[in-house]
Design a protein around this ligand. Structure first.
Ligand SMILES: NC(=O)c1ccc[n+]([C@@H]2O[C@H](COP(=O)([O-])OP(=O)(O)OC[C@H]3O[C@@H](n4cnc5c(N)ncnc54)[C@H](OP(=O)(O)O)[C@@H]3O)[C@@H](O)[C@H]2O)c1
Length: 323
């Protein structure tokens, strides 16, 4: 038996229950992973609250690192004892151990600790696909990035600096602004006391930016559109404040804007591509261009508290659960 978080109904953090569950042996194509760290992501809130549908009861989480304890038949590129991480696959990462499809497991390099890797799987890979695939940055651009001190945000700040990109990041407090700047964000906008549009116009001498990466959604949509240059790109990559509904005529009125709502699963296939994405991320980390550690740690049993902190905007950077 092992401990895992499960939920029987959607709702607030209180629906999360710690239970004893049987893990079992891996079947064909599967591996059993004993977790060292489990990463918390905002998408976990969407599943828990019911914004993203899930058959219930279910486990939660899709992002963890650990060691392979057993493999099933037909698994050739993952071995017992390998240190691995993952960011896709069935929900249920909030657990001490679990069985996973081996094809989603990413071997971890020796020079990257489990603790660091737990901040990289979903969050670092998100920065990779946003900056290198969805709207590929060349270096030298000035961009607007919302929630710059968040889990994905702090890695994005460092990735932007490494590429020579001038990032304008939004944050809600002065403490978060300081942290974003320390991680490479060139300019910060403190949304509790500054106008996003006015500050972006000021920083860009009235020109606006060619791209906005907007994970906040409902609350920032109009500001994001108003910060874009004509024919600019709105990458709507999250909805932390609520869903986004856009009439296409608004995109025309705001300057023939290109808008996309990217999802990781469409940028991470096939496995060989996922491993290339991870290799690029790991190279930045091994070279010291991206330094990433969890900023908050909770016990697995405290998953509900971790969710409360994330939703209340009390966290910075990455948050992990320790099984
Ligand atoms: N499309 C994809 O494939 C993909 C993949 C990974 C993540 N994401 C998205 O990227 C975003 C960041 O994920 P994360 O896990 O790293 O979370 P996070 O950025 O650590 O946390 C969310 C942050 O958003 C800001 N925020 C603004 N309005 C908010 C509101 N009403 N409620 C809560 N937070 C609000 C807060 O920062 P301030 O206090 O500084 O405003 C908060 O700290 C999420 O929207 C997530 O869904 C998308």
């Amino acid at each position: 038996m092992t401990q895992a978080i499960r939920f029987y109904e959607t709702g607030g953090p209180e629906v999360l229950r710690l239970e004893n569950v049987a893990v079992g042996d891996p079947g064909p194509g599967q591996a059993r992973v004993r977790h060292s760290y489990i990463a918390l992501n905002f998408i976990d809130v969407y599943f828990r609250s019911g914004r993203y549908p899930l058959a219930l009861p279910n486990g939660l989480g899709s992002d963890a690192v650990g060691v392979v304890e057993a493999v099933g038949t037909g698994v050739t590129d993952i071995r017992v004892g390998d240190r691995v991480g993952y960011l896709i696959g069935p929900q249920g990462a909030y657990a001490q151990a679990r069985v996973m499809p081996a094809e989603v497991l990413i071997p971890l390099p020796d020079g990257i600790s489990d603790r660091t890797a737990a901040t990289l799987m979903m969050k670092g890979m998100t920065a990779q696909y946003l900056f290198r695939q969805v709207y590929p940055l060349q270096g030298g651009e000035t961009i607007l990035y919302h929630a710059a001190a968040g889990g994905v945000g702090l890695i994005a700040c460092q990735w932007a600096r490494a590429m020579g990109v001038n990032m304008i990041g939004t944050v809600s407090t002065d403490e978060k602004a300081e942290l974003a700047r320390a991680n490479g964000c060139a300019h910060t906008i403190v949304t509790s006391r500054e106008s996003i549009v006015e500050r972006v116009k000021e920083i860009t001498a009235g020109k606006g930016v060619p791209v906005v990466y907007d994970s906040v959604g409902k609350d920032t949509l109009m500001d994001s559109l108003d910060c874009l240059q004509p024919r600019g790109s709105l990458v709507s990559n999250g909805t932390s404040s609520g869903s986004v509904v856009v009439d296409s005529s608004l995109l025309a009125a705001k300057g023939s804007i290109w808008m996309t709502r990217p999802a990781m699963m469409h940028y991470i296939q096939p496995r060989s591509h996922m491993l290339e994405m991870a290799a690029e991320l790991f190279e930045h980390v091994l070279a010291g261009r991206i330094v990433s550690e969890p900023q908050q740690e909770f016990a697995l049993a405290e998953a509900a508290q971790a969710h409360r902190a994330l939703e209340a905007r009390k966290t910075v950077g990455a948050t992990v659960l320790v099984p």
